[in-house]
Design a protein around this ligand. Structure first.
Ligand code: EZ4
Ligand code: CO
Length: 409
C-alpha cells in the first residue's frame, strides 16, 4: 500500500480545528487531529510545507518507521507544533491500519482492558448556588466525576468559569479561546484564590456527599510552596486530583509539593514528549499524565509514555477539552480502552456545528465513554460541511496581576 495524498483541512464550526486526511492507493483514508489552540496555522504550515511532501509514496503500514523518520529527520526536536503535526500523521496512519484490518483501533492496541471509560465534565459557577446547579446539570447529563472551578472574590475573570461574560459572547467553558484580534486580558490574585477555594470544596462535599469524584484545575498559577499549601488545605475534601498546580517546566519543583501533600497530582496538558515527564515519572512526583494524543506525538508516542508511567503506578488522565477535535478525542478513547493504567478521561462535549462536520461513533452513557466498534478510529469528516466554516483567528486569554505584571494563564 502507498500513500497517494495527504490533505490538511482547516475548519471552524464552533472553534478552529486542523485535520490531516491521508489517502492510500487502495482508497482507504485516515484522519488525524493536529489542532493547537490559538496557534492552528503554524501546524497547518508545518504539515503542508514540510510533512505532506515526505509522506507521498510511503507505505502507510510502517507507522513506527514514519514516526521515527518525522521525529529524527527534522533534526529540530520536540515542541508543540512539531509534535502536533507528528500526532496528526500518526493517528491518521493508525486509522488506516485499523480500517485495513477491519477492526476498531483498540483491538490493534491489545483489545479492551475495561468495559467503558470513566469521564469527567467541567462544572463551574460564579457563586455556590450557580456551582451546585452546574454540578447537578452535569450529573443529569450522565457525568459521574466532576471538575469544580469557581469565581474568586476580587478577581473579575478567571479560567474555567462558564457563566462569566466572554468578549465574543460564547459560553466560556466550551471555548476559552475567543475570536478576537488580540488575546483577552484576565486578572489573577493567588492569595485570594488560596483563601477562597477550600471553603468552596467544603461546601460541595457537604452538598454532594463523600463519594462523588471531584477534580480541580489550578492552571499553572501557583508557586511550589503555594501549591503545597493548597494541596494540604484540600486534603479533607478527598480530591480525585489537583491539576497543573504549578508551571511544570521545572520538574524538580514538584518534589517540594509532593513532600507536603497527599492530594493526588495531575500534570502535562501542555507537554509534548516523554522527556517533559522524565523526573516527574521516575521520582513518582505525579499521579496522572495529562498529555493529549493530539499534542504528544499521537498513539505511538502516548502508548510508550503511558507504559513508562505504568511501571511507577502512574495512570492516564488524557486531555479532552473542546480544542481536541472529535478525531483526537476518538484516538484517545481507543487508547484509554486498551491500556492497563487508565485513570480517567476529560470529556467536554462539542457543539452541534462541530458534530455536523465530524461524525463520531463514540458513545457516552452513565458516566462512561466508549469508542464504538467501527473499523479505524470511528470518525468521518464531512468536507462539504467543513468548508462552510472557514478559519477564524482566535486566541487564548492571558493574565495580569493587580499591579499589571503578566502572570501564567
Ligand atoms: O485550558 O484546552 O484541563 N483543561 C484545560 C483546558 C485548557 C485548554 C487550552 O487550550 O486546562 O481548558
Ligand atoms: Co487543564
Amino acid at each position: 500500500m502507498k500513500i497517494i495524498a495527504a490533505d490538511v483541512i482547516v475548519t471552524s464550526p464552533d472553534r478552529n480545528f486542523v485535520t490531516l486526511k491521508i489517502t492510500t492507493d487502495d482508497g482507504i483514508t485516515g484522519l488525524g487531529d493536529g489542532t493547537l489552540n490559538g496557534r492552528e496555522l503554524s501546524v497547518v504550515s508545518y504539515l503542508a510545507d514540510h510533512v505532506v511532501p515526505l509522506l507521498i509514496g510511503r507505505d502507510p503500514h510502517r507507522i513506527e518507521d514514519t514516526w521515527q523518520f518525522l521525529y529524527r529527520s527534522a533534526y529540530w526536536r520536540r515542541g508543540p507544533v512539531t509534535m502536533a503535526a507528528i500526532a496528526a500523521v500518526d493517528v491518521a496512519l493508525w486509522d488506516i491500519k485499523a480500517k485495513a484490518a477491519g477492526m476498531p483501533l483498540y483491538q490493534l492496541l491489545g483489545g479492551a482492558s475495561r468495559n467503558g471509560i470513566m469521564a469527567y465534565g467541567h462544572a463551574s459557577g460564579r457563586d455556590l448556588p450557580e456551582l451546585f446547579d452546574s454540578i447537578r446539570r452535569h450529573l443529569d447529563m450522565g457525568y459521574r466525576s466532576i471538575r469544580v472551578q469557581t469565581s474568586v472574590p476580587g478577581i473579575n475573570a478567571v479560567y474555567g468559569v462558564a457563566a462569566q461574560p466572554s468578549v465574543d459572547g460564547k459560553r466560556y467553558d466550551y471555548e476559552p479561546a475567543q475570536r478576537t484580534a488580540l488575546p483577552a486580558e484576565e486578572d489573577w490574585d493567588t492569595r485570594a484564590y488560596l483563601r477562597h477555594l477550600p471553603g468552596v470544596f467544603e461546601a460541595v462535599r457537604n452538598e454532594f456527599g463523600p463519594e462523588l469524584p471531584l477534580l480541580h484545575d489550578g492552571h499553572h498559577r501557583m508557586t511550589p510552596i503555594q501549591a503545597a499549601k493548597l494541596g494540604k488545605a484540600l486534603e479533607p475534601y478527598d480530591l480525585f486530583w489537583l491539576e497543573d498546580c504549578t508551571p511544570a517546566e521545572n520538574q524538580e519543583a514538584l518534589r517540594l509539593v509532593r513532600r507536603h501533600t497527599t492530594t493526588p497530582l495531575a500534570i502535562g496538558e501542555i507537554f509534548n514528549t516523554v522527556w517533559d515527564y522524565q523526573t516527574l515519572i521516575r521520582e513518582q512526583l505525579i499521579d496522572y499524565v495529562r498529555s493529549a494524543v493530539t499534542h504528544t506525538g499521537g498513539i505511538t508516542a502516548m502508548r510508550k509514555l503511558l507504559d513508562y508511567a505504568a511501571q511507577y503506578q502512574i495512570k492516564s488522565g488524557i486531555h479532552g477539552p473542546t480544542d481536541i477535535s472529535p478525531v483526537g478525542m476518538a484516538a484517545a478513547l481507543h487508547l484509554d480502552l486498551a491500556i492497563h493504567n487508565f485513570g480517567i478521561q476529560e470529556y467536554m462535549q462539542h457543539g452541534a456545528a462541530t458534530n455536523e462536520v465530524f461524525r463520531s461513533s463514540f458513545t457516552f452513557d452513565d458516566g462512561y465513554l466508549h469508542p464504538g466498534e467501527l473499523p479505524g478510529i470511528g470518525v468521518e469528516l464531512d468536507e462539504k460541511a467543513a468548508a462552510g466554516f472557514p478559519y477564524q483567528p482566535a486566541y487564548l486569554p492571558f493574565n495580569r496581576l493587580q499591579d499589571g505584571t503578566v502572570h501564567d494563564w
